[in-house]
Design a protein around this ligand. Structure first.
Ligand code: F6R
Length: 597
């Protein structure tokens, strides 16, 4: 959940500036506070580490830290200890020579802290992280720093990644188990980078190695050494297998848009179409397995779980039964897994803790694991037997948009492959993409801004959808809630009469999501019922109706109409958020990748 960034041999000689800029690219991972530690000067013995830490967002921050070419930095999403300067990372040992930044939770930190207090270590923060600095200090009294770091790391219980800056050796040592960490190399300028995500250093290099669980790196001014941490005192050197990513520096920039969220919504004109030209081999492999009797269970969290639910409808439409679970509710049902189970895990980040836990359980029981994932080099990718990499590029806004539609498009293509209509599916997705190019224009934006102004001061909004438009309503509502903090509650249209209708009063805004399909009449009846109770009906559909007080007309795309209906929710959430003073890229209390249970 936190953002980590570090540089060694910073070519500008102003490593704290480089780290600050990199952290701004990672702020989507946590924005309660931020901090940087630098070793000032170039190889000047005796100087001490300098640290700057602040509560709040890093957006417009500047730093007065001295120059130097080796530094680490962190953006925090608080877990242990409130949002204070003291609790912000980096944390120091007693000597002030070892600085630590951390992503994860040290489950056994209280026991370790107790022991360290007995040994006279002084603690400044309430965090679990600070014990790591002191434990390394304690161990490094008798063993080398690298040994001390790896031995300390092996003692931590939980999913963690740490980066340690050592003043004495001018070295950064980092390791991971369960939380993401990637190392980058800019060979031309001899610069080394570490990040919890690639966008932090994409400006300098796209040559990376994603650390695996149990791997550590020792980054000195001379070289990067990769090791496998086996147990205390024993770590085995490993050859780094660098990979070149096809991501460009511009992918992690706003490109003239006021916010990443708007940029990423607009990018869907291209990202959805990209799914046509990738994954063909894997899609065919999966559809063959389903043909051989493998039973599909979709899992995911939040937006990804709504993608999973839409997938269940797509599968049903081609005659294949499947199950879906929010990954956090999967465990009681994992007892039904066997060698003919196929668990399809959907995730933008590939690092969501609940999803990974569910996948590990299913894998242990013999299920085939399919990952539908956007980020590269993720833990989920490594756990999976088959990876459908959806290729939407870096998604920086916390609110997921382009990754979701790329995942949904991939599942649609899979459903079409199952019914031997893969080529037809590809044409339909191409047609969807062309429609987006024509439809997502100034006229649509104006209409949505006008609607956002009308809804700006509402307290409650309700939404209904039926069949495929039910997951669409769930996703639409989530976009409104996340982006604008407005209470938006979605229901299956059929649920209305069973209680929900009590909530509707004169003027209550009710969105009705529909497609031009054979259940259109039923959803319009539900709209009429809402209208009869005074609800203000806003239709999001490819047709007009007298039941609608207002209508956002979407392109008529058959089953794929849900894509455009959802995009209305993405845009409306964005403009409502801007109007209501929320930060559309970094909604309060949320982090982009939820790496804790
Ligand atoms: C919503 C959103 C979250 C994520 C959820 C799962 O806009 O972004 O609901 O979808 O936290 O994250 P991933 O997809 O990374 O597993």
């Amino acid at each position: 959940m936190c953002g980590i960034f570090a540089v060694v041999n910073d070519m500008s000689g102003d490593a704290s500036q480089t780290v600050l800029t990199g952290l701004k690219k990672l702020e989507y991972r946590g924005y309660d506070s931020w901090g940087i530690a630098i070793k000032p000067g170039k190889s000047t013995p005796g100087v001490s580490l300098q640290i700057e830490k602040h509560v709040g967002k890093i957006g417009a921050a500047t730093t007065n830290l001295p120059k130097g070419d080796i530094a680490i930095g962190h953006t925090r999403w608080a877990t242990h200890g409130g949002v204070t300067d003291d609790n912000a990372h980096p944390h120091l040992d007693c000597s002030g020579k070892i600085a630590v930044i951390h992503n994860g939770i040290v489950e056994n930190y209280l026991d370790i802290k107790e022991e360290l207090i007995q040994k006279n270590h002084k603690f400044i923060s309430e965090t679990d992280t600070e014990i790591i600095a002191h434990l390394i200090e304690e161990k490094s009294k008798t063993i080398s720093l690298a040994d001390a770091v790896f031995e300390t790391f092996n003692q931590l219980v939980g999913s963690n990644a740490i980066v340690v800056l050592d003043l004495t050796t001018e070295t950064i040592i980092a390791c991971r188990d369960g939380s993401p960490l990637v190392v980058g190399i800019d060979e031309k300028n001899n610069q080394f980078f570490l990040g919890s995500d690639v966008p932090a250093f994409l400006k300098f290099t796209n040559k990376v190695h994603f650390l695996e669980d149990g791997e550590g790196v020792i980054v000195s001014k001379k070289e990067i050494k990769l090791v496998m941490m086996r147990s205390s005192h024993i770590y085995l050197p490993k050859k780094i297998r660098w990979q070149i990513l096809d991501w460009k520096h511009e992918d992690a920039e706003k490109d003239g848009y006021p916010h990443f969220l708007l940029k990423e919504i607009m990018e869907q004109k291209n990202t959805i179409a990209k799914t046509i030209s990738i994954n063909e081999k894997e899609i065919k492999e999966i559809s063959n397995l389903i043909g051989k009797g493998y039973k599909t269970t979709f899992i995911g969290c939040g937006t990804a779980s709504y993608c999973a639910l839409a997938g269940k409808y797509f599968f049903a439409n081609v005659g294949v039964e499947s199950q879906i679970y929010g990954a956090y509710e999967y465990l009681p049902f994992s007892k039904f897994v066997n060698e003919k189970s196929m668990v399809v895990a959907i995730s933008q980040s590939g690092e969501t803790a609940d999803t990974l836990i569910a996948v590990k359980v299913a894998k242990k029981k013999g299920a085939k694991i399919v990952a539908i994932v956007n980020s590269r080099g993720s833990t989920l990718e490594r756990l999976a037997d088959i990876v459908l990499s959806v290729g939407a590029g870096p998604e920086i806004a916390v609110v997921s948009t382009k990754a979701f539609t790329a995942q949904l498009s991939t599942i649609y293509l899979l459903s079409k492959a199952i019914s031997n209509e893969y080529e037809k599916g590809k044409n339909e997705i191409k047609n969807l993409s062309d429609s987006l190019t024509n439809w997502m224009n100034g006229k649509l934006t104006d209409q949505i801004i006008t609607l956002a102004k009308e809804l700006m001061n509402e307290e409650h909004i309700y939404l209904i959808g039926k069949h495929l438009n039910y997951p669409a309503a769930l996703e639409f509502a989530l976009k409104l809630k996340e982006s604008s903090y407005l209470h938006a509650e979605p229901f299956a249209a059929g649920e209305l009469k069973h209680g929900v209708i009590t909530l509707i009063q004169k003027g209550t805004p009710c969105f009705v999501l529909a497609s031009n399909d054979d259940i259109k009449g039923e959803i319009l009846s539900s709209a009429a019922e809402l209208s009869a109770r005074g609800g203000k009906i806003i239709g999001v559909a490819p047709f007009e109706s007298q039941e609608f007080d207002l209508n956002i007309k979407t392109p008529d795309l058959g089953e794929l109409t849900i894509f455009v209906n959802i995009i209305v929710g993405q845009l409306l959430g964005y403009y409502l958020g801007v109007g209501r003073g929320a930060d559309p890229d970094k909604p309060r209390n949320l982090a982009k990748s939820v790496t804790v249970k």
